[in-house]
Design a protein around this ligand. Structure first.
Ligand SMILES: Cc1ncc(COP(=O)(O)O)c(C=O)c1O
Length: 477
């Protein structure tokens, strides 16, 4: 689809989400929530001639697992393959070594006339990852059920890699399609009686609020909300506000590690410790965290954590995971019977997953994406993200009328999300102008308490892309 057609599509569908939910709809608890709008972008991929076989597939995935750019199955006459350079070995000597990051950028398919600042909605798969997905489906098409069994092992490798990546035990992770699916398992897996309460913030994503609202309507639990200012003064203020909003009936606290709009970084450990001391369950929406900010599940102290991986961890679209702390698993009801012994604790969570026939090549490619990130180095990625957002925040504050919804304090802000409001401007209008005028793709977050433009920058973005955004903002404001 050309970009003009994309834009026409986007203009047409700007007021509904991908799942047809009206934007800015009001959920039963009365909170006005923003919903992700479709980005409508479909890059013009040409499918090359591929020489594939079981041997090649295994070779490709082994290479990918070892962190090597898996271009081996591309036809060398293919235009993409000719342009590709291997991923340079990381980490770079300096975080502002633009020559290094330019080489990293060649590993992505992004249309050159798009400035993509919307990683918080969907990350861009690196070329080795799209290649691995293609190889997996090709392999299935060649081998049918035999290949399906082989791919099961590959999916298991991905699941174990996710556990290592997030600092969790192998028995604590199950793969899901996205954060939304994991959150549904979370909400429905906790034992609660009518009248029991969950406390969440006013900044939750709709994927978190909706299943709680459904459970409240159907089973008579209660949803309470606490408003955390954007930005708060310090971490203790966040913990205190939560603590003050608890009641004797609070059974669960639910919050994001990184909030969708302001990109606020919550003090997860402190909140979970406070909850555990009071016998309260802690459940975290981690959708915006893995791949952008450190996630060490076994140190964070939460009982449950659901996340997508297809945002900052750059895995194929339609991948996520659910974590249930081993010590909490006896209190957790799985969301599905799956195809296996869901109540066999020895085997951990694996059998809790949504099974049957599913997109195994997609899940098998999760490990390719994680290896890609690790070959750059996670510390380098976090630092690069931080460098870009620090620069953006500093420059935004120079523009009259702009105020930050994101904190400048690293202890309270995530490295990748910068949000701002502009006095007198409706952010949906601003967003439309930025896209139409300069091909800048970003998002917004509109709530009862704020109306923010959300810029989400990852390591593949460049300082010059940020400069272009600032230049256009200066022109129009
Ligand atoms: C905080 C948060 N939670 C949940 C989701 C839903 O993620 P997914 O579409 O992967 O299910 C998002 C998506 O943007 C999000 O930002």
């Amino acid at each position: 689809m050309s970009r003009d057609k994309n834009r026409a599509h986007q203009a047409h569908s700007d007021h509904t989400s991908e799942d047809g939910v009206p934007l800015n709809s009001t959920v039963p608890d009365g909170t006005t929530l923003d919903v992700e709008s479709p980005d409508g972008s479909t890059p013009d991929h040409r499918v090359p001639e591929i020489q594939g076989s079981r041997r090649d597939f295994l070779k490709g995935s082994l290479a990918a697992a070892a962190g090597v750019a898996a271009t081996s199955l591309w036809d060398p006459t293919n235009a993409f393959a000719q342009k590709d350079e291997a991923l340079p070995p990381g980490p770079p000597a300096r975080i502002d070594d633009e020559a290094y990051w330019e080489k990293v950028r060649t590993q992505f398919h992004l249309n050159p006339d798009t400035i993509y600042l919307n990683n918080g909605t969907l990350g861009l798969c690196p070329k080795p990852v799209t290649q691995a997905v293609y190889d997996g489906y090709r392999y299935l098409a060649e081998t049918g059920s035999e290949g399906r069994s082989q791919l099961w092992d590959e999916v298991e490798e991905s699941r174990k890699h996710v556990a290592r990546f997030l600092g969790a035990g192998e028995k604590e992770i199950v793969l899901t399609r996205n954060a939304t699916q994991g959150l549904q398992f979370v909400v429905n897996g906790i034992r609660m009686e009518p009248g029991d309460e969950v406390l969440m913030t006013t900044d939750e994503h709709i994927a978190g609020t909706r299943p709680w609202a459904l459970r409240a309507r159907r089973y008579g639990i209660r949803v309470n909300q606490v408003q955390i200012p954007s930005p708060p003064g310090n971490k203790q203020e966040v913990v205190d506000l939560f603590e003050q909003a608890l009641t004797p009936k609070t059974k669960v606290i639910f919050f994001c590690q990184v909030t969708r709009g302001p990109g606020l970084l919550y003090p997860v450990r402190e909140l979970c410790d406070m909850a555990r001391e009071k016998g309260i369950i802690s459940a975290v929406d981690g959708a915006q965290a893995p791949g952008m900010t450190p996630v060490y599940l076994n140190e964070m102290g939460c009982d449950l954590f659901a996340t997508s991986l297809h945002k900052w961890a750059l895995t194929p679209s339609g991948t996520g995971c659910l974590y249930v702390r081993e010590g909490f698993q006896d209190n957790f009801w799985p969301g599905s019977g799956g195809n296996g012994p869901w109540d066999d604790r020895e085997q951990g969570l694996y059998h809790v997953g949504p099974h049957g026939t599913y997109e195994r090549p997609v899940r098998a490619a999760i490990k390719t994406a994680l290896s890609f990130l690790e070959s750059i180095g996670m510390d380098a990625i976090f630092a690069r993200d931080r460098m870009l957002s620090d620069y953006l925040k500093e420059q935004l504050l120079e523009i009259p009328g702009v105020s930050l919804g994101t904190s400048r304090d690293h202890a309270l802000s995530s490295p990748g999300i910068t949000s701002f409001g502009v006095e007198g401007w409706d952010t949906s209008l601003l967003r439309g102008i930025l896209e139409g005028k300069a091909g800048i793709i970003l998002s917004r977050d509109q709530r009862r308490y704020h109306d923010l433009v959300r810029v989400s920058t990852h390591f593949y973005n460049t300082p010059s892309e940020i400069d272009r955004l600032l230049e256009v903002l200066r022109e129009i404001l």
